[in-house]
Structures are given as C-alpha cells and as structure tokens.
Design a protein around this ligand. Structure first.
Ligand code: PTJ
Length: 247
C-alpha cells in the first residue's frame, strides 16, 4: 500500500506497513503487531512526543551504559524492524554488544534477525548459540548467549515482564524502553524510558555522548534519580493529556 506523505498519520501508517512486511519475512513475531498497537495507544497519551521524564531517564541510562563493564543491548524482532540501524549506531557509541534474544524463540527466527542486523552493518551479533540460561525462566525463553549472561547492564527495549524480572533477579542493571509506564517491565527495571523506540534510541545516543563529555553533570542526575517517582510523573502527564480538550 502506498501511503501519501501528506497523510496526517503518515509515519504511523508507514510504520505499520514496515512491521507487517517484516512479519511476512518472519523477523517480527505475529504478536509483535499487537505489541506495537498497544505501544501506539500509549504514545497517544504522550502526544507522540518525548516527555521530559523520558529525557531524564535516558540521561541516567546513558551514564549507566557508558560506565558499564560489559553492557549489552537485547534485540528482538520489533526492535530490529523499527530501529535496527539506530541500535547499531548506539551500540558503537557506548560501545555495547548486541544480542538477539527473542520472546517467541525459534532457531529460524534467531537466524533471520541476526542476518537482518548483519545486513544493516552490525558485526559480531550474539544470539545464535544460546548455551546459557537466565535463571528462573523456563525453556526456551530463558535461553541466552554469553553477552546477556555475563553483562552487568542490559538495555531491553520492548521486553516482556517475566524476562525483565528474571534479569533483575539475576543481578543485572535493567534499562527498559517501554511506552506503557504500568507494564511489569517498566516497574521492575532500574531505569525506564517511557518513550517510543525510534524517538528514544537517537536521544539515548546523544546522551551517551553527553555522559562521556560531562561525566560529573550526568553523575549528579543519576544520584537524584528515582525510577518509581519518574514513572508516576509520566502517568500523571498521560492522565492530564487525556483530560485535555481535544485540539
Ligand atoms: O520478537 P520477539 O519474539 O522477541 O517478540 C517481541 C514482542 C514485543 C512481541 C514481545 O517481547 C512481547 O510480547 O512484548 P510485550 O510483553 O507485548 O511488551 C511490549 C511492550 O512494548 C508493551 O508494553 C508496549 O506498550 C511496548 N511498546 C510497543 N511498541 C513500542 C513500545 N514501546 C516503545 N516503543 C514502541 N515502538
């Protein structure tokens, strides 16, 4: 379907087209389309703009990633399809490993997503050989590679709640990107960026550069940060927007 650029919902319609093509190719899970729809609904409540709470969380996340011993970015089908290139840029800036780790895991899909990331220029993507296990998760969802297994900080964009919780219980510092500030992932993460994935990745990359250039300023933000309070502030922002008169 060709979407005219003038269409008021051009970006949203185009994104849906991309996701549905990526689903046909097996990169995005069928339920990835449903997850996206849920995300879109929450993005309405944000006015489809990055809220200040997300920039603050991204500053804190950037500092943690830039100062981590062994940071890893977990990539699933939706993330690869929506922000593959941007995720690669971010991983180089930190620098962090990339690991494909799927909720709806099959060897075939792992290969497809790793191949796709490599076709975008990623090197050394982990995930094909998943001999390790995240304790507390059943097979096959608990399988992971050395990257996530040995990481101290894990960035999990669009993650399922069980896995976020298991990673946390396993001692990882968990950074989530999730438009739903009430999701279990958002609640259990140490730092939750409530923003749309494609807006938040370039923002995170800018903050990683900032955290490297001005570590003292970013360290101060980290010290004063409370994820729970920050999530409440986003929920408040969404609720206020819901009550605003339509424009
Ligand atoms: O590729 P797989 O097999 O690993 O599966 C990926 C999905 C996303 C299907 C899987 O992890 C899943 O089912 O996730 P959930 O539990 O539906 O959680 C996804 C969360 O991401 C939800 O809270 C959505 O609101 C949120 N979300 C969806 N799209 C976006 C988003 N958050 C930020 N940006 C988005 N574009």
């Amino acid at each position: 379907m060709r979407v005219p650029k003038r269409h008021p919902r051009y970006k949203s319609l185009r994104t849906r087209e991309i996701l549905s093509e990526m689903m046909e190719r097996g990169i995005v899970a069928r339920t990835g389309l449903i997850a996206h729809g849920r995300g879109e609904a929450f993005d309405y409540f944000l006015g489809e703009r990055t809220p200040p709470e997300a920039s603050l969380a991204a500053s804190v996340a950037a500092f943690k990633l830039a100062n981590a011993r062994s940071p890893v970015i977990s990539v699933n089908g939706n993330v690869a399809a929506l922000a593959g290139k941007e995720i690669i840029k971010l991983s180089r800036e930190i620098p962090a490993k990339l690991e494909v780790n799927l909720f709806h895991r099959s060897e075939g899909r792992i290969d497809l997503v790793v191949d796709f990331m490599e076709s975008l220029g990623a090197r050394g993507v982990l995930g094909r050989s998943a001999r390790r296990r995240i304790p507390g998760l059943e097979q096959p969802r608990g399988r992971c590679s050395e990257g996530i297994y040995g990481a101290d900080v894990v960035l999990v964009p669009l993650e399922d709640g069980d896995r976020a919780q298991a990673l946390k219980a396993f001692g990882k510092l968990v950074i989530a990107i999730d438009l739903n500030p009430m999701s279990r992932t958002a609640l259990v993460a140490d730092v939750t960026i409530v923003d749309e994935l494609t807006r938040s990745i370039p923002m995170l990359e800018r903050h990683v550069r900032g955290a490297k250039a001005e570590p003292a300023r970013y360290a101060k933000l980290v010290k004063g940060f409370d994820n729970h309070q920050n999530l409440l502030a986003v929920r408040d922002r969404m609720a206020r927007r819901l009550m605003e008169e339509s424009r």
